[in-house]
Design a protein around this ligand. Structure first.
Ligand code: MSP
Length: 647
């Protein structure tokens, strides 16, 4: 029977669209889940959304929708959370929403159980509350009077509330942190013990009465369960704990690992085990606190307007390249500085130069020298091959050692060391020289090619968790069959059949022109910033009566032909059909629309504007558009009747 492996990401707050920092953790979890599946485990990979709390309630109110509508839009809407994971090729087995009925009912039972066993009691809450983090703090925990997590202002709060006896579990939690491998990297243990446990763990406020968007405490009306209690137990309700929706709890709990960002390590390594102890449930085997992706050394956040949109990056660079970059460039346990330059650099060096070149050179040489199929007769490996062959043979084990430690960056370095060595091996063996005398050197040349293909085969298999699509393509191009593309086969040199047939394919990673790409990204960022910038109220014109407005005759017209005006860069000459007559119009939109963008479209024409001449061409009306620097024509639905008056 296969070993089970249960891995989770934090469930995301759908209060804003996700950025590249959120994507980082989910891509890492996906790579680990794929790796575990590849190595023969039965994996459950859980992700989801954490949808309750005051922040969501407030945002929904500001947007004029219900909280449920608000979260539905961010989770299910276009370019929302689910869309993003689909785009990024995330292979989660389950997606939990904390608003799912089965979860809500289970949380009520869990809360009641801790209440019944005496670990949750009623008291009065007095303290400081950080709304954006949904966190309560004591005075002594504040840093310069501000929230220690995000540095923002906190507010006084006092209300009747339930408390969880966190203090009761302080010693057991400390023992767990200090004397086991529960929390990694190790540096985070000191942080937790020194900052939170040593100063004394206070009981935790676990219900609120000042808002309603949460799981109701079913035995005390008006209280809703603190969002972190609701959120943390998702890891168990998604397996079927205290509900009938799933039936995997007994087989998959405790989790093998929770991947979490460093700012929520406190919740996962102190509060979470304490609550599980209270519930007499087994503890997860590991919590891994990864670092943050920073921008210019600081935190990425919507409020700073410096978030990076994963959709834009995936469209520009490709999903696999982006996934690869995230795990290749930054050590998983530490912070890393995100930049477009670093992204382009990694793609150009590792993917275009090293991997892409090795593949295209090898495949095209096998094609050129052997018509695509290697001969079975090859020389044996000689001393020139020894180093490369031993690297290939040892690669899987070296990679595995790093992956088991969640050291993605090191695992990838192992692969890329062998790839670089292989590129050097090409130069050392100079296949183009061997090819000059095929009778004498054909068998040797075939051996050299075979060894290169073996590097590509083993690398492609081991890269599968990082670049699932690219790996399949590499294996296809080198003619690897299914049985030599497995994890088992990646552990042995020589699994590719000797007379493999290569298939030339397109260049997987074309080199990126850095200057051009940076300029393009910058221009797009500016447009996006403008689009999302707060709109200032314009001065506006004086009020007019309806009769004044009706003096302007606006009608539906369809563009029937369109051409550029020679020597006038800004102008297009259009012929439009009003149904009852045709008109010629000159419009200053040529920088934004090509003639072919306009033909067939329905637009709004000001039909009673006095004719005017532009660059000597008569214009009989004006097409409505918005904007000055960036002009956008107002297009109408295809079925709008011609000539109809617009009012
Ligand atoms: N809802 C909680 C998690 C509850 S788990 C029971 C939450 N949500 S979050 O949407 O704010 O953050 C989700 C994850 O994204 C966290 O692990 C957080 O650390 C991570 N990241 C958010 N910004 C990040 C970066 N800039 N870099 C890396 N990870 C970051 O916390």
């Amino acid at each position: 029977m296969n070993k089970k492996f249960y891995i989770t990401t934090p469930i995301y707050y759908p209060s804003d669209k996700l950025h590249i920092g959120h994507t980082y953790c989910t891509v890492a979890t996906d790579a680990m889940a794929r790796y575990k599946r590849m190595t023969g485990h039965d994996v459950i990979f859980l992700t989801g959304t954490d949808e309750h709390g005051q922040k969501i309630e407030d945002k929904a109110k500001a947007a004029g929708v219900t909280p449920q509508q608000f979260v539905d839009n961010i989770v299910l809407g276009e370019r929302g959370v689910k869309d993003l994971w689909k785009l990024m090729n995330i292979s989660n087995d389950r997606f939990i929403r904390t608003t799912d009925d089965y979860h809500v009912a289970a949380i009520q039972k869990i809360f009641k159980k801790m209440h019944d066993n005496g670990d949750i009691y009623k008291g009065s809450y007095k303290g400081k509350y950080c709304k954006p983090c949904e966190s309560f703090w004591t005075e002594s925990q504040l840093v310069e009077g501000k929230c220690p997590d995000c540095g923002r202002a906190v507010e006084d709060a006092e209300e009747e509330a339930y408390f969880f006896r966190l203090s009761k579990y302080a010693d057991r939690v400390r023992d767990l942190l200090e004397n086991t491998d529960f929390l990694e990297p190790r540096s985070r243990v000191n942080e937790m013990v020194n900052n939170f446990i040593k100063p004394g763990l206070e009981d935790l406020c676990v219900s609120r009465t000042s808002f309603t968007w949460g799981v109701p405490v079913d035995f005390d009306e008006g209280h809703v369960v603190y969002v972190w209690v609701d959120a943390l137990f998702n890891y168990t309700t998604a397996l079927g704990f205290m509900n009938d929706k799933y039936d995997d709890y007994k087989d998959y709990w405790p989790a093998d690992v929770h991947f979490v960002g460093k700012e929520i390590v406190r919740f996962h390594s102190i509060i979470w085990p304490a609550m599980l102890m209270s519930m007499e449930m087994p503890l997860p085997k590991k919590v891994f606190g990864h670092g943050w992706l920073l921008l210019d050394g600081g935190k990425m956040s919507k409020s700073k307007g410096n978030v990076v949109d994963p959709y834009v990056l995936a469209e520009k660079f490709g999903v696999d390249a982006l996934r690869f970059f995230l795990l290749r460039t930054f050590p998983f346990g530490s912070d890393g500085n995100f930049s477009n330059e670093a992204l382009i650099g990694t793609i150009n060096v590792d993917l275009a130069n090293d991997l892409g070149n090795l593949l295209s050179r090898t495949v095209s040489m096998v094609d050129k020298y052997f018509g695509g199929t290697l001969p079975v007769v090859q020389t044996a490996d000689d001393e020139k091959d020894a180093e490369l062959v031993s690297l290939i043979s040892g690669l899987r084990a070296a990679y595995e050692e790093q992956m088991e430690k969640y050291a993605f960056q090191n695992a990838l370095s192992e692969i890329f060391n062998v790839i670089s060595r292989a590129n050097k091996y090409i130069d050392e063996n100079a296949p183009w020289v061997l090819a000059k005398d095929m009778d004498a050197n054909g068998a040797r040349l075939a051996r050299v090619m075979y060894n290169l293909l073996e590097v590509l085969r083993v690398s492609a298999v081991l890269l599968t968790p990082f670049m699932p699509t690219t790996s399949v393509e590499i294996l296809r191009q080198i003619g690897a069959c299914e049985c030599c593309s497995t994890w088992e086969a990646a552990g042995e040199y020589g699994a590719l059949k000797a007379d493999t047939t290569v298939v030339r394919g397109e260049n997987l990673f074309p080199r990126i022109d850095e200057a051009k790409m940076l300029a393009e990204l910058e221009a797009e960022r500016e447009v996006a910033m403008k689009a999302s910038a707060p709109v200032e109220k314009p001065e506006g014109c004086a009020l007019i009566g309806i009769e004044d407005f009706m003096n302007v005759e606006l009608r539906v017209a369809q563009v029937t032909s369109c051409e550029r005006v020679p020597k006038a860069k800004k102008l297009l000459k259009l012929e439009v059909d009003l149904g009852y007559e045709k008109r010629q119009v000159v419009s200053g939109i040529a920088k934004f629309y090509a003639p072919e963008d306009m033909v067939g479209k329905k637009v709004i024409l000001v039909t009673n504007l006095k004719p005017a001449k532009l660059c000597g061409i008569e214009s009989e009306g004006m097409i409505l558009a918005s904007g000055e620097e960036q002009i956008r024509v107002v297009f109408l639905a295809e079925d709008t009747p011609l000539g109809e008056r617009i009012r």
